[in-house]
Design a binder for this molecule. Structure first.
Ligand code: G
Ligand code: G
Ligand code: MN
Ligand code: NA
Length: 254
């Protein structure tokens, strides 16, 4: 079967899983959130990366129901953790630009929150910077609708997408996520250090929080601490974890 039909089946038969990558406060080192990342274990092929199947889902339109499934799963999981007495943290969900066009993102998010009881204030949607570069008025309307639900908005892969600062200023954004490509070569690349420092300073001057992605070494973390970055995620802290493992980690620090 083609990838698209297999993905359709996997979604229907609940063969998709979400893993959770911890995000920590830079000053205290405490876990304050997690990014939900899709995992697909195909019976024949083994693990298939979202980098491969998300584009297929986007071009086939399957991203609509798939995106709704992810939102609902994450809200349900988050509410279960709250019910189990785990500390309140933010759960971040990746949103594809196609979900803006194909679905009523505001309505499906409102439904996921209402049906699971998960507090909107603990949900964060990640929009890639490139998605913000197109159809300004349409995107603005959706983001304002999402903000009206009380959730948070993060710009994913920031620094790679050519969004204009004039536009960025008008979007109701809470967090910039520095793309991992700028973190990878710290402290060996002066340009990357300059870019990362500039993003932190710019974000703060716009009253945004800044999170660094892809942090793998103590040196990278030390640089980010020195520059006043707010939070980070990456293999140094933890890889994306199955839900049960993430819950154990969260419980340990409670
Ligand atoms: O987890 P990994 O690094 O393999 O993810 C690869 C890419 O797939 C990343 O760009 C990530 O944002 C994207 N991705 C992972 N999970 C989801 C999801 O639930 N929805 C969307 N739209 N993209 C996702
Ligand atoms: O595009 P987005 O930022 O959503 O993608 C996140 C991707 O980055 C996920 O696939 C995740 O598995 C991966 N990732 C997370 N932390 C690290 C890291 O420290 N190093 C590398 N190379 N990849 C990471
Ligand atoms: Mn992301
Ligand atoms: Na990213």
């Amino acid at each position: 079967l083609e990838l698209e039909s297999r993905l359709r089946q996997a979604l229907a038969q609940e063969q998709l899983q979400l893993h959770y990558q911890p995000q920590a406060d830079i000053a205290t080192g405490r876990i304050i959130g997690a990014e939900a990342l899709l995992r697909w274990n195909d019976p024949q092929e083994g693990a298939i990366s979202p980098a491969r199947f998300i584009p297929v889902a986007e071009s086939s339109g399957l991203i609509g129901p798939l995106g709704e499934w992810v939102l609902r799963q994450v809200c349900q999981q988050g509410q279960r953790w709250l019910d189990a007495g785990l500390p309140a943290i933010t759960l971040a969900v990746n949103v594809s630009p196609r979900q803006f066009q194909l679905t009523d993102l505001v309505a499906s998010t409102r439904t996921a929150l209402a049906e699971t009881g998960f507090p909107a204030s603990q949900l964060e949607l990640e929009i890639t910077e490139s998605a913000l570069a197109e159809r300004f008025e349409e995107v603005l309307k959706v983001l304002e609708g999402l903000q009206g639900l009380g959730l948070h908005l993060a710009v994913d892969d920031f620094g790679t997408g050519y969004s204009s600062l004039a536009h960025l200023k008008r979007f109701p954004i809470d967090v910039l996520k520095i793309d991992q490509s700028f973190i990878r070569d710290i402290p060996h690349h002066c340009d990357d250090m300059a870019i990362s420092a500039a993003i932190i300073a710019m974000g703060h001057s716009m009253a945004l929080k800044v999170l660094a992605e892809g942090v793998e070494t103590q040196e990278q973390l030390a640089f980010l601490v020195e520059r006043g970055c707010d939070s980070y995620q990456g293999y140094l802290l933890s890889r994306p974890l199955p839900a049960a493992d993430f819950a154990l980690l969260l419980q340990k620090q409670a």
